[in-house]
Design a binder for this molecule. Structure first.
Ligand code: 9D3
Length: 251
């Protein structure tokens, strides 16, 4: 069982986020548990203040450290009854300044039994959270979000499906895009012709050896077109290098 605890000022954001697909199934099967906690629960005073002005000046507000430290401490103690105050294996701060989440890191996180996620908002989070509380500071990519909440949904989705038993027998994490460092090949279904566009003939003729070769070559073509950066880092087999040469020769 992998438990996720999300610390956020918008707990309602997550109301239905985990009610679909593989994540819903994994929750129903008791493989994962997800709880969203309102950061204001750990504030002092009537106004439930979670943020303050940045030292040194500047625009925007910064999330204060005290409620975040109190939240992690309490969630940790409550769930670690036998070993109180032992920190959970992972405390992830979601931040634009983090290392970028990768499939390989998602695989590591899927081995944990508890992950606490801290969602930032405003201009940022007091740096002492990253320094002394978080085990990981993670971003989901090089674009600007308005907060860590959508990033938490993305991380949980990517990790939950890697928990053993979460994927049905018909699918396998080993077949996923990125498991071989390349993108997936194109897929088609009926009808064989749509708006004048034909499904590649090779997929209709039932020659499975030929279909396998076509899929590998088209995965290379897709990766070259959309993610040349992945192609540079991939280690290609001899036939893959041949197919890539063929693709480079076209036009
Ligand atoms: C002015 C500098 N900005 C940093 C790039 C300020 C800022 C922008 C956006 C501070 C916080 C945020 C909110 N974003 C997140 O908390 C966040 C995020 C993201 O914006 N992109 C990718 N991954 C993530 S994880 C959390």
């Amino acid at each position: 069982m992998l438990g996720f605890d999300i610390i956020t000022i918008f707990p309602d954001y997550f109301r239905t986020a985990f009610d679909y697909g593989i994540v819903r199934r994994a929750r129903a099967a008791g493989l994962i548990k997800i709880a969203a906690h309102d950061l204001r629960r750990w504030t002092q005073g009537r106004h439930k203040v979670v943020d303050d002005r940045p030292f040194g000046g500047g625009d925007g507000m910064v999330l204060k450290p005290e409620p975040i430290f109190a939240a992690v401490e309490e969630l940790t103690n409550k769930q670690n009854e036998d070993e109180p105050s032992k920190l959970p294996a992972r405390v992830v701060l979601l931040s634009p300044q983090g290392r970028v989440l990768t499939q390989s890191l998602a695989e590591d996180l899927a081995q944990e039994d508890r992950i606490i996620l801290i969602c930032g908002r405003y201009e940022g989070v007091d740096e002492r959270v990253a320094e002394a509380l978080a085990t990981d500071e993670l971003s989901i990519g090089d674009y600007v979000l308005s907060g860590g909440e959508p990033a938490a949904v993305v991380l949980i989705d990517a990790v939950a499906r890697l928990v053993p038993g979460a994927l049905g027998s018909e699918t396998s994490a080993a077949n996923d895009s990125f498991s071989n460092g390349l993108l997936d090949c194109p897929h088609y279904t009926r009808p064989p012709e749509f708006h004048g566009m034909r499904v590649p003939e090779v997929l209709l003729n039932g020659n499975h050896a030929e279909i396998t070769r076509w899929r590998k070559k088209e995965a290379l073509r897709k990766t070259k077109r959309n993610r040349p950066d992945l192609l540079e880092r991939a280690t290609l087999s001899e036939p893959e290098r041949l197919w890539l040469n063929e693709i480079n020769q076209e036009q």
